[in-house]
Design a protein. Structure first.
Length: 208
C-alpha cells in the first residue's frame, strides 16, 4: 500500500520541502496551503508542517529572506533588516540607462503596438525575450491581450513610457514608422514565429 501511494506522488517525501520552495519561488502572490498541497500532490497537513519547518529553518539560519504566512497565504519576503539594501538596488536599477538593444526593442513596440515578441524579434532580427523582460520590469512595456489568430501575447507601451519621454499620447511620437521594415513582406516568417512565440527559447542577447 505504501509503495502504491509513493508511486502516485510526483516527488518523494524527502523532496517535499524543495518542491514547495520551487513553487513559492515563482509565485507572484501568496499561496494558501490547499493550493500548494494540490501543486505537489501531498496532503494539506503535511504541506503545512513542511512550510512551518522551512520558515523556522530560514529564521534559524538568518537568511536574507523569510517565509511568511500572511492572511492565509505563504510567500517569500526579504527580511526587514535588509530593506535599505534592497531599496538601493531597486532604485539603482530603475535609474540605470537602457542599453541600445533595449532602446531599439522599445522603439519597435512603440511603433508597432500592440505587437507580439515574435514580431519584435522579426523586425530586430534577434531573440528579444530577455530585453522584453527588462522593459516589462522597468514598467515601460505591458501585456495587451492576445493575438486572435495565433493566441500569442501582445505588448504595448505604458503610461509610464509616455511620462518618461514627455508626451501625452502615442500619436505624438515622431513619424519614424516608415523607416521600420514593412511587416507585410514577412508574413510567412512571422506566422512561423507567432506559432513558436509561446514556446521557451534560448536567449541569444543579454538582458538590458
Amino acid at each position: 500500500m505504501t509503495d502504491q501511494v509513493e508511486e502516485a506522488l510526483p516527488v518523494p517525501f524527502a523532496a517535499l520541502r524543495p518542491a514547495l520552495e520551487a513553487v513559492l519561488m515563482v509565485a507572484d502572490q501568496p499561496l494558501d496551503e490547499l493550493t500548494l498541497a494540490t501543486a505537489v500532490s501531498y496532503p494539506a497537513p503535511e504541506v503545512a508542517a513542511a512550510l512551518a519547518s522551512l520558515a523556522a529553518e530560514y529564521d534559524e539560519q538568518g537568511r536574507g529572506f523569510e517565509l511568511r504566512n500572511v492572511a492565509g497565504g505563504w510567500r517569500f519576503y526579504t527580511r526587514e533588516e535588509f530593506a535599505q539594501v534592497v531599496e538601493g538596488f531597486v532604485l539603482e536599477g530603475q535609474q540605470a540607462r537602457l542599453t541600445q538593444a533595449a532602446l531599439e526593442t522599445l522603439a519597435v513596440v512603440a511603433y508597432q503596438q500592440p505587437v507580439s515578441r515574435a514580431r519584435v524579434s522579426a523586425v530586430r532580427g534577434v531573440n528579444v525575450d530577455g530585453v522584453m523582460r527588462t522593459l516589462i520590469s522597468r514598467g515601460l512595456v505591458e501585456e495587451a491581450g492576445h493575438d486572435g489568430e495565433h493566441g500569442a501575447t501582445l505588448y504595448r507601451t505604458t503610461s509610464y513610457f509616455l511620462e518618461r519621454i514627455g508626451i501625452v499620447s502615442i500619436d505624438e511620437l515622431p513619424d519614424l514608422a516608415p523607416h521600420l521594415p514593412d511587416l507585410s513582406d514577412m508574413e510567412d516568417e512571422l506566422a512561423s514565429a507567432q506559432a513558436a512565440d509561446s514556446r521557451p527559447t534560448e536567449e541569444v542577447e543579454p538582458s538590458a
